[in-house]
Design a protein around this ligand. Structure first.
Ligand code: NAD
Length: 476
């Protein structure tokens, strides 16, 4: 096994695509058209910093324009390269199709270690990168809409939005040029938590199906399940937080850059998060054992493994030793194609990245719609909904007075029933609905087709089918 070469990230995505497409009956040539990346733009630009000019390299890949705008995050990391950006762009195409977000697939990356720069320097670099992309319509409300990814967040998105607005002063839809912005700059409630929240909703939906739970050799609910998370960044932190605070799961391991924390009784996610913010890593955190060789904790006993950091962490060198019966790919591409073969053979159930982390693009879609409609979700109907509920409560209370002590409403029920949905509740509801429906579409294929024995192939079949249908509708 160790002699088998490990494919690159893009080759891994292509191999998984090929496995699925071999089970489909597409018109000749369409398979190739869907698989290839349409274009990748490479830019090298200089920024004067600390007295001299530093040159940076950035990419924006457009994988598929079967729907426009195309969509995909911008990653800041020193490991960024063309192969990775193209793989991530391809995953965006399949992800958007699977969750019915009306976008083609794209991705961007800047080769930089953001921790080496202060905020002002990062702003200069981000604005210059945004300028280079925007002047070629690679940032544009109707052509190409970036979002956050590893190493970027609300702050960078606000700079990008502002840079675009400065370059397009009369564009009334300028704010829709990028998503993941802070609320005060045209963002939407619930976007920061969205990808981690989506991981939670995906697991909740998985645990609604006893047949699926049994396939992973488990039973019961999320309550009490032991979870190991790799990467306590945006996605990993929110997923771990919600699973432990709301579903009763026990976070036994957290793997970060500087090692891993392990505590079979459960780690306090909020406390670990605060420790990382203060100390820059997990080292020294009390109430847990610390392992310097963090990646080894991927191989510890647990019920659910959540890789939420970077790609290819489960590969041919460690796949056979992974004990978790259920892996949910919160990161993009954490399992290589070779490792995927090994794990499938062992019977490990894998909830694939293109579904598992689609919460981000789903809420980005809501944000983009909000920006184009120029109104906050819930603004028109919230109070009207509350007054209709008030009518029901008033009537029930009138009946209550006639019936004496026979029954009465608790104040908690009244409070909850009377509260109309604001933007956050609507966003969570839309995300939950999206994650449930997309899971059911994959699961149907998984259970009904004899030639499909994993959720990843099922996910590819659903999404390639949708992309093919939109090419057909275009006359291709
Ligand atoms: P982030 O930068 O907020 O967090 C990444 C975390 O991983 C950080 O805490 C970092 O310290 C840790 N990390 C880095 N290298 C590590 C290593 N070798 N071992 C252990 N931990 C390591 O990034 P994020 O936005 O949370 O993205 C994580 C993954 O989720 C990426 O694969 C990204 O493409 C994917 N994703 C993110 C979003 C989103 O909305 N942010 C959406 C979809 C998918």
């Amino acid at each position: 096994m160790a002699d088998k070469p490990e494919p690159s990230f893009r080759e891994s995505v292509d191999l998984m695509f090929n496995r699925a497409v071999a089970l489909m009956d597409l018109p000749p040539g369409l398979e190739e058209k869907i698989r290839v990346c349409n274009a990748t733009y490479t830019v090298r630009f200089g920024v004067r910093l600390r007295g001299h000019i530093q040159t940076f390299t950035g990419y924006r890949s457009v994988h598929s324009e079967h729907m426009e705008p195309v969509k995909g995050g911008i990653r800041f990391a020193s490991s960024v390269h063309q192969d990775e950006v193209e793989a991530l762009a391809a995953l965006m195409t399949y992800k958007c199709a699977l969750v019915e977000a009306p976008f083609g697939g794209s991705k961007g990356g800047l080769r930089i270690d953001p921790r080496q720069y202060d905020e002002h320097e990062l702003e200069l670099i981000t604005r210059r990168f945004a300028y280079e992309l925007a002047k070629r319509d690679l940032i544009h409300p109707s052509q190409n809409v970036p979002a956050p990814d590893m190493g970027t967040g609300e702050r960078e998105m606000a700079w990008i939005a502002d840079q675009y607005a400065r370059m397009n002063t009369t564009d009334i839809n300028a704010r829709a040029c990028v998503t993941g912005k802070p609320l005060n700059a045209g963002g939407i409630a619930g976007r920061v938590e969205a990808t981690g929240r989506g991981v939670q909703y995906a697991l909740q939906e998985f645990f609604r199906h006893p047949e699926d739970i049994a396939k992973a050799g488990m039973d019961g609910s999320l309550d009490g399940k032991r979870v190991i998370v790799q990467g306590l960044g945006n996605v990993g932190y929110h997923a771990a937080k919600f699973l432990s605070e709301e579903d009763g799961s026990v976070i036994t391991g957290i793997i970060e850059r500087d090692g891993a924390l392990f505590n079979p009784k459960g780690l306090d996610v909020e406390a670990v998060h605060n420790w990382i913010v203060k100390h820059g890593g997990v080292t020294g955190f009390p109430d847990a054992s610390h392992m310097a060789e963090g990646a080894a904790v991927l191989e510890e006993e647990c019920d659910i493994l959540i890789p939420a950091a970077l790609e290819a962490v489960i590969n041919l060198s460690n796949a056979a030793r992974i004990k978790a019966p259920l892996i949910i790919e919160a990161a993009n591409g954490p399992i290589t194609a070779g490792a995927d073969d090994v794990l499938r053979e062992k019977g490990t159930v894998i909830i694939p990245d293109m579904y598992a982390n689609a919460g981000g693009v789903t809420v980005s879609y809501f944000e983009w719609v909000k920006n184009l409609s120029h109104i906050r979700f819930g603004r028109m109907q919230r109070r009207q909904e509350e007054s209709r509920h008030q009518l029901v409560i008033d009537e029930l209370e009138r009946l209550d007075r006639h019936m004496g002590d026979a029954w009465s409403m608790t104040p908690e029920f009244k409070g909850k029933y009377l509260r109309g949905a604001g933007e956050l509740e609507l966003v969570r509801s839309g995300l939950d609905d999206t994650m449930r429906i997309a899971y059911q579409s994959m699961r149907e294929v998984w259970h009904e087709r004899d030639d499909v024995d994993d959720l990843r192939t099922a996910a590819y079949l659903v999404s390639i089918g949708k992309v093919a249908a939109s090419y057909r509708a275009k006359g291709l």
